[in-house]
Each structure stands twice: as structure tokens, then as C-alpha cells.
Ligand binder design. Sequence first.
Ligand code: TXA
Ligand code: MG
Length: 334
Amino acid sequence: MKTRILSTTENDIAEAAGIIQQGGLVAFPTETVYGLGADALNAEAVAKVYEAKGRPSDNPMIVHIARASDIGQLTPMLSEDIVNLIDNFWPGPLTMVLKKKAGVPDRTTGGLDTVAVRMPDSEAALELIREADCPIAAPSANISGRPSPTRAGDVIADMNGRIDAVIQGDDCRVGIESTVLDMTGDTPVILRPGIITAEDIEAVLKKEVKYDEALLKDKQGEDGDIRPKAPGMKYKHYAPKADMVVIEGQRDKVKAEIERLKGLNERLGSKVGVILFEEKAFVEAAHDFFAKLRDLDNEEVDLILAGALSDFDGVGFAVMNRMLKSAGYNIVKV
Ligand code: TXA
Ligand code: MG
């Protein structure tokens, strides 16, 4: 299949929208990461997304809409809390898991009776959805298991020849995927941490927000055997081609250990890449993390040494969730 490279001009977005309407696949920029889109209400089109990504079919997709009023075709009832969250965070990197309407294909939701919905904060994405005139199901536009793509070039590296088109836009502003929040029970539960934190949500809802138990295991730096509520969180994820180790501890010690391990391994002929963010620069770390992994892969390093962030809360927690997974929970404590 020849993959068309499109821009964010009106003409090109109209063309991309036509591809979606005909059941094709288009990768497009969002503020978080690039998505691989298909008509969410067309089961055959959605099936092609799983194929192009090599994604397990029980892993449900996030459905993207361009107007809050489009949510009615996906879910039967909105609570005051849900409306509050929409008013405060949309468009933006908050995905809500809601009860699904019968019209949403099982293919889209991995057979669950819930549907994950978000309104992205990217003009190109919003225009594409409006032009296609249907909700767009879109997982991150990477081969399953690889780091999420935050730049058009990363998408093309993974998806060229596998999908109909890529809309080439700017690098993604946020850099990690949206916060996934389960709103089907009385207490909101974070299934995947993101740049919108539990605290941000609590400030709006004036009630406690919990974390899925499988995530709390992450906090302790362990690969838990608790089954996560977001099916996607259980797979091997974000893995670079190189071996990767996370070094965790007090910052000076982390730096020293990275230097020590780097010297040791380079002396033995290994090509070593280092990921060490500025202290407390959590938002920057979120923005750069996946791009760094892909750059180091392109440099063909053998080993990646990554310094753990000093904070396992809020945005720091969201980044650490990705870092630990990409290293396969390979941790050195100093
Ligand atoms: O920022 C993002 O969310 C990006 C951009 C493209 O919007 N999308 C994204 O999609 O990260 P994906 O497919 O890579 O991750 C979706 C996550 C998975 O962990 C999936 O299991 C979970 O959301 N999910 C989707 N629908 C769900 C549902 N009904 N119940 C529980 N978890 C769900
Ligand atoms: Mg993904």
C-alpha cells in the first residue's frame, strides 16, 4: 500500500477526511501523540487499525470527537461530574471511559460495554473529525509495543506502507498519551496517568479520585500481576530496540551510577545512550521522553540508561509509568 503524506492545509484535510469516510486509515497529529484514525462506527475500518498496528484485538480504542454534543451518539447518559470534566478539560488530554451505546461496534471497544471518549486539543485533529463527520477511533500511531510517536517522522518510520495517509503536522505539545479516567462508577478512577493529574481532576469534582490498583504497583516500581482495567496497560509497551535500565534513587547517586555504568559498558564495546532530565522538569520530561527513545533507537545504541524522576506523583508519575514499562521494569536502585 502506498501511504500518502498530507499536510494540514484545508485541501489535504478534506482529502484525509474522504479516506476516513471510505473506511481507510489516516494518521494525524493530536496534542498528546499522533493517532491512527478510522471511522469509529465502521467495524471493518476499525479492524484494519488493529492489523496495521499489530495490536491485540481485545485492546479497545479511544474514540475522538470534535464537539461535546457529539458524545450523545456514543454514550446514553451524562452525569454532572462528566459534564463538569468536559467543561473544564475539553478539548484536551483527558479521556473518559463511559457506558457505551449499542451503536458503537464491539470492534471499537474490544467487546467491552464501555467506550473511551476524548476531544483532542489540536486544530488539525478537530478539523479532520469535523470534515469526516464521524467519531474517529484512534490508538497511538505506532507499531504495537513501540514508543508512541510524537513527531510525523516517527509515524512514517512505523506506518509507511501500512496505512492510507499520514497528516504531517507539528511535533506533539504534550508528548505522552491522555489521562484515561473511568467514570462508570461512583468514584472516578485513573486507569492511565497523564498530564492531567488526579489533583487537577479532584480540584474540579471536589471529590476523591483513585488510581487503578495495577498502577499503584507501578508506584512501588514493580511489574504487578494485578489485571489493569485498561486492557492496553497490560501489554509490553513503549519498548526501545536497545536494552534499557532505569536508575532510581537520590539524584546525585543516580547521576554517578549512570556515569559508572556508562563507562563500564562502553569499555566493553557497548554503545550507550543516556536519558536524564533536569530535576523537577516533569512537563519537559513528558514532552521529550518518547522522542528520546526513538532518537536513541535511530542512533542504534545497545543500552539505554535512564534516570528516574525524583517525584512519583502527578506528571512525574505519568512519565515514570512510561519509563518503567519501556524498560520492562528493569530497575537499579542506588
Ligand atoms: O492521547 C491519547 O490518548 C492517544 C491519542 C491518539 O489520542 N491515544 C492513545 O490510544 O493513547 P491507545 O489506544 O494507544 O491507548 C488507549 C488506552 C489503552 O490503554 C486502552 O486499553 C484504554 O485506553 N481504553 C480504551 N477504551 C477503554 C475502555 N472502554 N475501558 C478501559 N480502558 C480503555
Ligand atoms: Mg498506544
